[in-house]
Design a protein around this ligand. Structure first.
Ligand code: NAD
Ligand code: IPM
Ligand code: MN
Length: 361
């Protein structure tokens, strides 16, 4: 039976990069027998404008009935300043939660052509290949109570709750350990156990799980502030970084710059086996460049590659897509977010995608 993908372009540069993804799917269907059927739906601001909510029940049902979901990005100034449940970002959170996608894989891989595009010197990033396993549907993003209330003295107080249960920690830690077994066998678990109870439980739970079920894994622990520094100092020390929802969000944006641009990092959000994964760039809707046709489509295209490898049963085509992106970068093509060194030429989203599609064919 043909596999089905739900495409959710979203807002800002989301539709630009999803257009590129759709063209790559077209090329894979036409030239390589992928046979992937696509449907398109709304999420985020686009859904607010069309349906009054950032994720409709109908789109969530469509997502559940798909093999994979591919998203662009959500958010933008147009929808800021309203209640959280009516903001574009809530659509993405609802989708992750609704599909039970607790493990977010965010690989930071430095293409050799981009070693000089990083904000670090070439020697620090050449050959970089680390991956975050970020907990995605717990922690302070979802904890209650939350809100802004008024104090008797007339001040306001904003508050959120960071909380993790043993089972929430165990299931995502398992994902990290299993992944590490297929890589270098090393997991660095990142928390703030020195100041937070949720971090202490995180550390205790990860340690106990490793001792009981993954004695073959080299498990280390690091405080999140140190990890931020170590990523900028010596990122190649890491193989798998396991961390919570908030730290994973922040540290993965930092790691993106090691690879040349935020526009390079793909992701896969996975849940229980059998449920569709969500594949999306880690970047946002980039309001500053929206509508200019210059967004880097690599993160979105590489997210499709992750879907091909992890859930669509076509690792051969994942290799082909990644190889095509590498070939286009090797040939010197760059979107404006990527440092333009000697022998490079600048192009926009469409021009870059043209070259990738050609390389795929
Ligand atoms: P952002 O990731 O949208 O942009 C940060 C910077 O990186 C900007 O200068 C932008 O131009 C650049 N950038 C991002 N992606 C790029 C690409 N593919 N090519 C070239 N340059 C790129 O972060 P922000 O500005 O903090 O947030 C903007 C909006 O996006 C907010 O509404 C935020 O909530 C939302 N957001 C959504 C997601 C998501 O949908 N997964 C992720 C992050 C932020
Ligand atoms: C990301 C984004 C989201 C997050 C927002 C838009 C909800 O920053 O996917 O990295 O914080 O998870
Ligand atoms: Mn983020």
């Amino acid at each position: 039976m043909a596999k089905r993908a739900l495409l959710l372009p979203g807002d800002g540069i989301g539709p630009d990069v999803m257009e590129a993804v759709q063209r790559v799917i077209g090329a894979l269907n036409a030239a390589h027998g992928l046979g992937l059927e696509t449907q398109t739906g709304e999420i985020g601001g686009a859904s607010i404008d069309a349906h009054g909510v950032p994720l409709s029940g109908a789109v969530l049902d469509q997502a559940r009935a798909s093999d994979v979901v591919l998203m662009g990005a959500v958010g933008g100034p147009k929808w800021e300043g309203v209640a959280y449940h009516l903001r574009p970002e809530q659509g993405l959170l609802d989708l992750r939660k609704g599909l039970g996608l607790y493990a977010n894989l965010r690989p930071a891989y430095c293409f050799s052509a981009l070693a000089d595009a990083s904000s670090l010197k070439r020697e620090f990033v050449e050959g970089l290949d680390l991956i975050f396993v970020r907990e995605l549907i717990g922690g302070v993003y979802f904890g209650t109570p939350r809100g802004i209330d008024e104090l008797p003295d007339g001040q306001k107080r904003g508050f959120n709750t960071q909380s993790y249960t043993t089972s929430e920690i165990e299931r995502v830690a398992r994902t990290a350990f299993e992944l590490a077994r297929k890589r270098q066998g090393a997991v660095c678990s990142v928390d703030k156990a020195n100041v937070m109870e949720s971090g202490l439980l995180w550390r205790q739970t990860v340690t106990a799980l490793a001792a009981g079920e993954y004695p073959d894994i080299a498990l280390t622990h690091m405080y999140a502030d140190n990890c931020a520094m170590q990523l900028a100092r010596a990122p190649k020390q890491f193989d798998v970084i396991l961390t919570d929802n908030l730290f994973g969000d922040i540290l993965s944006d930092e790691a993106a710059m090691l690879t040349g641009s935020l526009g390079m990092l793909p992701s896969a959000a996975l849940g229980a086996s059998g449920s569709p994964g969500l594949y999306e760039p880690i970047h946002g809707s980039a309001p500053d460049i929206a509508g200019k046709g210059v967004a880097n489509p690599c993160a979105a295209i590489l997210s499709l590659a992750m879907a091909l490898r992890l859930q669509l049963g076509r690792p051969d085509l994942a290799d082909r897509v990644e190889g095509s992106v590498a070939a286009v970068l090797d040939a010197g093509l760059r979107t404006p977010d990527l440092h333009a060194g000697p022998g490079t030429s600048q192009t926009g989203t469409e021009g870059f995608c043209d070259a990738v599609v050609q390389a795929i064919q």
